[in-house]
Unconditional design. Structure first.
Length: 190
C-alpha cells in the first residue's frame, strides 16, 4: 500500500467519523421522539379501541374435501392490524404453497403484538390447507417504531380507523332507525 493510499484512507476516516456520530445521534433522537408521539397517539385512542377493534384471525384450516368444513380461529383479544405482511408463496406449479408472514397488531388493551404465521395450502381436492400463528411477541411502542417505522404504523392506524368509522356510521344509522320505530310504536300505543 502506498503512502498516498494510506493518506487517502486516513482522510476518509476523518471525514466519516463525525458524520457517523451525527447520524447515530439523529437516529436516537428521532426514534425517541417518534416513540413519544406514538405513545401520545395510543393514549388518545385507547378509550376508543373497545369500539374500533375487530377480531384478529389467528388460524384457518380445511380438510380439502367437498363436504369438509372450513374453520377460522381468532385471537383472544380484538385489535387493529397496523402492518400486514401475510403472504402466500407458491411451491408447486400454482397448485400448492406455503402461508408465511407477520402482522403488527394494536390490541384493544393498547399493547402491540407481532403475529407470525406458517402453514400450507393446496388447490388439490382432498388435500388439506391451513395456517396458524407460529409465534406471538409483545412489543413496546419503541420496539414497534424501530421494527416497523412510525410512517407504516400511522398509515395502518389511519386505514383501520377509516374502516371503523364506516362500521360505526352504519351502526349509528341502524340504532337511529330502531329508535324511530320505537317512537312510532309509542305514538300508536297512546
Amino acid at each position: 500500500m502506498t503512502t498516498e493510499a494510506v493518506n487517502k484512507l486516513v482522510e476518509k476516516l476523518n471525514q466519516i467519523a463525525p458524520l457517523a456520530t451525527k447520524v447515530a445521534e439523529l437516529k436516537s433522537s428521532t426514534i425517541e421522539q417518534e416513540t413519544a408521539a406514538l405513545e401520545s397517539i395510543i393514549e388518545r385512542i385507547k378509550p376508543l379501541l373497545a369500539v374500533t377493534s375487530h377480531q384478529i384471525k389467528t388460524g384457518y384450516n380445511t380438510s380439502g374435501h367437498q363436504s369438509g368444513s372450513e374453520h377460522d380461529h381468532y385471537h383472544d383479544q380484538k385489535g387493529l392490524i397496523l402492518v400486514n405482511e401475510f403472504k402466500q408463496e407458491c411451491t408447486d406449479r400454482d397448485t400448492r404453497g406455503e402461508y408465511s408472514g407477520w402482522q403488527l397488531v394494536l390490541f384493544a388493551d393498547g399493547t402491540f403484538g407481532t403475529l407470525e404465521r406458517s402453514g400450507d395450502w393446496s388447490r388439490w381436492q382432498g388435500e388439506s390447507s391451513g395456517w396458524g400463528i407460529s409465534e406471538e411477541e409483545t412489543l413496546t411502542p419503541g420496539e414497534a417504531i424501530r421494527r416497523y417505522s412510525l410512517k407504516d404504523i400511522m398509515h395502518g392506524l389511519t386505514s383501520e380507523l377509516e374502516e371503523a368509522t364506516e362500521r360505526l356510521e352504519g351502526k349509528q344509522a341502524s340504532f337511529e332507525e330502531r329508535l324511530a320505530t320505537i317512537q312510532k310504536v309509542k305514538e300508536v300505543m297512546r
